[in-house]
Design a binder for this molecule. Structure first.
Ligand code: ADP
Ligand code: MG
Length: 568
């Protein structure tokens, strides 16, 4: 072999070694990066862990906060708002009622005919419309004019030809699912907006007045007899179908819950009297917070970048508005660790671009090659074809985020049961042993797209309920889907609070006198919680009111001189 040949051979060997070195080096670096990506997942899993012990801490915290919120105004992040709903539908409701459901991505108008028996809805007509984006941040007048004209068209369509025009004013239940300080069953003031709405001039205003002004402008003869939120509507529909229903939970775009509380447990309203001895309390549980909640850096960033930092902490871990964005943030972080998703897609940096229904679709993709995952990555996030290994990683992220959300929602539900002594533990103060507590059938009405349309979410939630309550107790707790509860329930409540209803024809005479400066002039009798039937003549110094017998709610009884059951 000549020198030249040796030289060439050595050269080739050197090049080969160098190439091998580069390849191996790349592999090692790539493996290291992959390990870092897997580390992101591991970190997420650990931070989102919800073992049953931790869930029980959340249960206790929820029950404690409920107490605190009932004890004093501002006593807790849970507002525990009075709804003035002190009786729920019984089945005796009869006639045609309307409802208006405003509170999320869609706005609905409904017409319901009730047959006078439990579960006897003879007909229901619903029209659903998305709220035009610009109206969510416009003025209250624009929003309500839009609503009133939609309602008017709906009424005209529904009533055309079929029956003569009604001799009495149409009655409407207004389901308005934002935090409201309720003044009576049919009036309330908007505290703040949530879920992407921001109509500044409406905050602090009386919501029904704005609606009714728009109804007058549109020339529609209709009156709102109740103002409720979606949870109260859901509870009403739940109760209409099943008398054991004690609470309602919404898990959709946002999340919230309400339940039936004893009036004497609402300590912040001393002397609150209701004929039933109970009142539905709107928890506004989306704002619940506890140090036991498993929080990640993604939650912190999401909160900081949100329009309402420090608010709605529970909701931001649970509801449909946010789950997609948590998943997006994790994928973005992974893509920064390693180019597993190709060059970092700019779409990945756009907040809320990945929505929860897409998370559900990826999570529930049962094709062997995870075709749905690839499709959503490609179409929504503009991430080109990625390996199966990476697609599986994305599914894991969806799983971790959904698992935590569902389990926290379950802990919240058990928190309510604990507060009302229906969790089998003997209530918040304990003391009684499990065997002492009669296990009563307990129904929780539930609705919202996240719960009803995301099967794995629902299964995780049920699994956690069983774990927390134990099999024995869990079989007495039934979650019942009450589809469209927010709308139909609003109509049902309109029926049970109708000023024409037979039940409400009995009257109480309330006589009270107080100084001018004590009387809230804009709502002369809101202090007695009178709802719709105020017939009495009243003058500034001496008030005589006739109020519904079934809904007597007296907030400041020191002003009440006499209550008699005689008609004037
Ligand atoms: P809203 O809460 O706006 O009144 P819904 O109760 O119908 O309306 O809930 C809609 C929300 O539920 C959506 O914003 C979305 O977050 C969630 N959602 C809807 N469909 C699905 C789905 N298939 N999988 C997961 N989440 C869903
Ligand atoms: Mg809803």
């Amino acid at each position: 072999m000549g020198k030249l040949a040796v030289g060439v051979a050595v050269g080739v060997a050197v090049v080969a070694c160098a190439v091998a070195g580069v390849v191996v080096g790349r592999r090692v670096r790539s493996r290291r990066k992959w390990t870092r990506v897997v580390g992101v997942l591991k970190e997420l899993e650990e931070a989102c862990e919800t073992p049953v012990g931790r869930l029980r801490q959340v249960v206790d915290a929820m029950a404690v906060e409920m107490h605190a919120g009932l004890a004093s105004e501002g006593g807790s992040k849970l507002k525990m708002l009075l709804t003035f709903v002190d009786h729920l539908p019984t089945g005796s409701e009869i006639g045609t009622y309307y409802a208006l459901d405003l509170g999320g991505t869609n706005f609905r108008v409904l017409r319901v005919q009730l047959g006078g028996k439990r579960s006897s809805i003879l007909s229901q007509d619903v029209e659903r419309q998305p709220i035009p984006q610009h109206l969510m941040t416009s003025t209250s007048e624009d929003l309500f004019d839009f609503i009133a004209s939609t309602l008017k068209q709906f009424v005209e369509k529904e009533e055309s030809g079929s029956e003569p025009s009604p001799v009495r004013t149409r009655e409407l239940g207004f389901t308005f699912s934002f935090p409201v300080k309720q003044l009576s069953i049919r009036s309330g003031i908007l505290i703040k907006w949530t879920k992407g709405f921001a109509i500044e001039d409406m905050v602090g205003k009386e919501v029904v007045e704005l609606l009714e002004a728009a109804l007058v402008r549109s020339g529609l003869d209709m009156r709102a007899v109740v103002l409720v939120n979606d949870t109260a509507g859901t509870l009403a529909l739940g109760r209409y179908h099943d008398a054991d229903t004690v609470a309602a939970v919404i898990i959709g775009t946002g999340t919230n819950a309400c339940y039936l509380e004893r009036a004497d447990a609402i300590i912040k309203c001393q002397g609150l009297l209701t004929t039933s001895g109970c009142m539905v309390v709107n928890m506004e549980w989306g704002n619940f917070w506890s140090s036991h909640l498993p929080r990640t850096s993604y939650d912190i960033d999401l909160d900081l970048e949100s329009p309402n930092p420090n608010d709605q902490g529970f909701e931001k871990m649970i509801s449909g508005m946010y789950l997609g964005d948590i998943v997006r943030r994790v994928i973005l972080r992974m893509s920064q660790e390693m180019d597993i998703f190709g060059p970092v897609s700019s779409r990945l940096s756009i907040p809320f671009i990945l929505q929860t229904p897409s998370v559900a679709a990826m999570h529930e993709d049962d094709s062997p090659e995870l075709r749905e995952v690839a499709k959503i990555l490609r179409e929504t996030l503009e991430i080109p074809e990625v390996s199966l290994k990476v697609r599986k990683l994305v599914v894991r992220v969806c799983d971790v985020v959904t698992h935590r959300a569902a389990r926290l929602a379950a802990a919240g539900i058990v928190g309510i049961l604990k507060k009302i002594g229906r969790d089998g533990s003997g209530g918040i103060t304990g003391g009684r042993s499990k065997s002492d507590v009669k296990m009563r059938r307990t129904v929780v009405a539930i609705e919202g797209g996240l719960y009803t349309r995301y099967t794995i979410f629902r299964e995780y939630l049920h699994e956690a309920l069983n774990e927390i309550l134990g099999e024995d107790m869990a079989q007495h707790v039934i979650l019942k889907v009450t589809e469209d509860g927010s709308g139909i329930g609003g109509a049902l409540l309109a029926a049970s609070y109708s000023s024409y209803s037979v039940d409400n024809s009995q009257h109480l005479v309330v006589m009270a006198s107080f100084n001018d400066h004590q009387a809230p002039h804009h709502h002369p009798l809101s202090w007695v919680g009178a709802n719709s039937a105020i017939h009495g003549p009243f003058c500034p110094r001496h008030y005589l009111a006739v109020i519904d017998f079934t809904t007597t709610t007296i907030l400041h009884k020191e002003y009440v001189i006499a209550i008699t059951s005689d008609k004037p």
